[in-house]
Design a protein around this ligand. Sequence first.
Ligand SMILES: [Zn+2]
Length: 293
Amino acid sequence: MRSFRSRVGQGEDEKYHTELVLHYVDQAVRLSEGRGDGVGTAEWGEGHEVRGRLQDLLTSSSHYQPHPVLARLQGTNLHIETAAVYGRLGEHEKALSMLVHQVKDFSAAEQYCIAQTKGADPTAKSDIFIKLLRIYLRPPPGGSEEDIELAQAIDLLTVHAGDLDVAAVLNIIPPHWSISIVHHYLRAALRNTIHQSRIKRLQQTLIRSENLQQKFIYYKLCRDLGPIPLATNRICCVCNRGFTECQFTIYPNGVTAHLTCAPDPSVCPLTGTVFKAATSAPTTSTSASYQYS
Ligand SMILES: [Zn+2]
């Protein structure tokens, strides 16, 4: 019942968000069409405000249906909004091409890449910036080599050196480019690669050291406790049932429990005593519990 209700709720959200987006689109189109007829600055300001609201809604809402919105935007001059809907559909190439070739808003194209890859892994980030670089280096439909956005491509390489995969960049930059054009990019990219590799090495060392500590704790517990005989009449202190499997937790005070009944191995479920993991001192009554499995 709950899932049916939530589906109904989602459907209603989608309907209202879509209607609101379409309303803003119509309003923005009407105000932008009237702009050429000598309307005053008040209407221009209103149009600007409506477009701002529409753009906010298109980037923040995940509830509107993109296809009807895209159909309504076709043929209008609302290019930034159209790019946002392409983004929602995952059609980054179309979105970026529109921002670069039609709107010529390079900062919006860069912001688009940043917004679309928020929290994404480095590969996804590089993929979208590589798409933008490819668009900069490709003439627009019907254009010539002179129309490529060379300056923007070099800017992108300089500003986002750390985000662009070196192999992918070398694959798409024109073969006639001299080393001096990509010199800054290569230096920054190399620095970033070395930095990343150092961080990885450091993380591996930390993990190895943590593993070693755990192994030491395990060794000490095994040595001090030895094999734990589990009598047939022994029961779990939480549910009072016996043990049918060889998985259980034994606390330093001798209390035993099922793993599922006592998920926190540092707190005795019977007495509430908190045990701390002993890492260097010999196992005493305050050492950690041990989960046998
Ligand atoms: Zn139990």
